[in-house]
Each structure stands twice: as structure tokens, then as C-alpha cells.
Ligand binder design. Structure first.
Ligand code: CP
Ligand code: NVA
Length: 313
């Protein structure tokens, strides 16, 4: 059995912790600023991951995660390969343990997007190279590093921030809650009954000193918020959603909801968006929307996650 003791896996934000995440956010800002006018494929001057290869396994669709990790590796001087889960032997029943051990002999790190979070934990148990969570049904930590970077770029401090979440209590919200515990910001969650987040994440954030409010009153959640966040009402892999769509209607982010937040409140959405469902056209295309900065920041954030995983931050 290969030892995995000293490997830095990034399955959730707490794997890195507050000091490392703060270092990642600083490094991401510095690297982004240093290459502001460069072609996107040009490597950073120090090429810190020269000769390193990342394998990216996708058992679900992706645009941003795929493109940002590929570009992140190029900009750090390394490269990435995409492995579609369905065309791997993994898709025909090869074990996660064997996949992890084989890839650990061939590449320098593994990023995986999958359904059951237990699969990524199994991958990490057997990999002797870093394993990075590119989204599971339970969490999406890489997205939230990009979201925190976007909030900071908007001139907002994380401690004490009032973030309001609308719609589904899903994987992305779980990582928001983890971040709230780490950076001590407050989260108001407006969901229909039955679509609340996993209370484990709520209690953990509260245990770290964050104020987390759960409500069915969208207007109350929006009032004087610094950041308004939503996500698709139907996540990848979810089925039988007819009742859910009906229940979600009062939680659409529209101009009236935005007007209740602070005048300089930012709108975030990890994308892909379903305009007309969780957000209106006028909000996502409006002056408070940061969604394309947020999408671009996936590259800058993923670079910092990779550097941390390789022990360079
Ligand atoms: N936000 C996000 O993870 O996008 P993709 O599904 O396109 O990777
Ligand atoms: N909650 C969404 C996020 C997509 C990036 C999903 O899991 O499909």
C-alpha cells in the first residue's frame, strides 16, 4: 500500500483551513494582476508547476471546471488531461481504488467531478498524489474559492459579511457554509420547506462563530445583504423535480429582491444559469451581477488550489 499520509487532498475547504485559504486568495490576486494583459495561454513567469500533469476525471458535465483547471495548469507551466468517466474503465466497473493507484503512478494530481462524495473520499484514500474535488453531490469547494476572490475584488471584507442564498440548499451552499465558518461571515438561507441544506454544514458554521439563519421568507433574507447568491434549482443528477420547481418560484432573484439588499450588493451565480428560473434576465445582466468575473476567477482560484495541493503555498 502506498503511503498517503503527507498528500494534500482538497476535498473540502476545511482540508486547507483558514490560513492556507487566505494565502490562496492573496496568491490568486497577485498572479491575476501580474498577467492582466497577457495572452491567456502564456505561462506565469515562475512556471511553478513546470513538468506537472493533472488528470481531470468527469463523471458529470462541465464547462468552467474543465476549462479553468486546464488553463490553470497551462498558466502554472504544466498540463492537464481530460478523462471522461464514461469512457474510462471506471465506467465499466474498475474500482476507484485501482484507478487512484494507477493514475498516481502516471500523473502528478487528480481532479475529479463525481456524484457520491464517498467516491472522492475513496479516491483520496488510495491516491498517492493530491485529489481535488471538482464538485460532488455534497460540495463544490473550488467554486467557493473563486466566489470569495470575487467578493474580495468587489472591495468587501469577508469577516462580518452578510451573504444571502436563495433557492435550493445544495452542494454549492454547503461549501459557502464551510467558508462562512472559516472566514466568520454570516449566511441567510431562504429555501422552500424541505430544500434546506444539510444541517451538518449549518451547525458546523455556527460552531465556528458564523450566524446562519434559515427562513422561508426570501424578502427577509435579502434585506441589507452584501451579497446575493443563487444556483440552479435542479442540480446535475437530480430527477423527479416537478414539485420542486413549483416550490422554488418565490425564491427567484429578481429586481425587487435585489432592491432590498444594500445598494452596492453583488449578485453571484456559479453558472450555468437557468434565466427565468432562479434569476431574472435583468438581474443576471444587470450592473450588480459579477457572474463573469466569478467565472473567470475559477482559473485564478484553481491555480491557488493547485499550488496549495503541491505544497507551494
Ligand atoms: N460552476 C461550475 O462548476 O461550472 P461547470 O459545471 O461548467 O464546471
Ligand atoms: N449545483 C449545481 C452546480 C453546478 C456547477 C450542480 O450540482 O449541478
Amino acid at each position: 500500500m502506498e503511503t498517503t499520509m503527507s498528500v494534500r487532498h482538497f476535498l473540502d475547504l476545511n482540508d486547507a483551513g483558514g490560513d492556507a485559504l487566505a494565502a490562496m486568495l492573496n496568491d490568486a490576486q497577485d498572479r491575476k494582476a501580474a498577467r492582466a494583459s497577457w495572452p491567456k495561454g502564456k505561462a506565469d513567469a515562475d512556471r511553478p508547476l513546470a513538468d506537472h500533469v493533472l488528470a481531470m476525471i468527469f463523471e458529470k458535465s462541465s464547462t468552467r471546471t474543465r476549462a479553468s483547471f486546464d488553463m490553470a495548469m497551462r498558466q502554472l507551466g504544466g498540463s492537464a488531461m481530460v478523462m471522461e468517466g464514461g469512457s474510462m474503465q471506471l465506467g465499466r466497473g474498475e474500482s476507484i481504488a485501482d484507478t487512484a493507484r494507477v493514475l498516481s503512478r502516471m500523473v502528478d494530481a487528480i481532479m475529479i467531478r463525481t456524484d457520491d462524495h464517498a467516491k472522492i473520499e475513496e479516491m483520496a484514500r488510495h491516491a498517492s498524489v493530491p485529489v481535488i474535488n471538482g464538485l460532488t453531490d455534497r460540495s463544490h469547494p473550488c467554486q467557493i474559492v473563486a466566489d470569495l476572490l470575487t467578493i474580495i475584488e468587489q472591495g468587501k471584507a469577508l469577516p462580518g459579511l452578510e451573504l444571502a442564498w436563495f433557492g435550493d440548499g445544495n452542494n454549492v451552499l454547503h461549501s459557502v457554509l464551510e467558508a462562512a465558518g472559516i472566514f466568520k461571515f454570516n449566511v441567510r438561507i431562504a429555501t422552500p420547506a424541505g430544500f434546506e441544506p444539510d444541517m451538518t454544514f449549518v451547525e458546523a458554521a455556527r460552531g465556528e462563530g458564523a450566524t446562519v439563519t434559515l427562513t422561508q421568507d426570501a424578502q427577509a433574507a435579502a434585506r441589507d445583504a452584501d451579497v446575493i447568491v443563487t444556483d440552479t434549482w435542479v442540480s446535475m443528477g437530480q430527477e423527479n423535480v416537478e414539485n420542486k420547481l413549483g416550490a422554488m418560484q418565490p425564491y427567484r432573484v429578481d429586481d425587487a429582491l435585489m432592491a432590498l439588499a444594500k445598494p452596492d450588493a453583488d449578485f453571484l451565480h456559479c453558472l450555468p444559469a437557468h434565466v427565468g428560473d432562479e434569476v431574472t434576465q435583468s438581474v443576471i445582466e444587470g450592473p450588480q451581477s459579477c457572474v463573469f468575473d466569478e467565472a473567470e476567477n475559477r482559473i485564478h482560484a484553481q491555480k491557488s488550489v493547485l499550488l496549495w495541493a503541491f505544497g507551494k503555498l
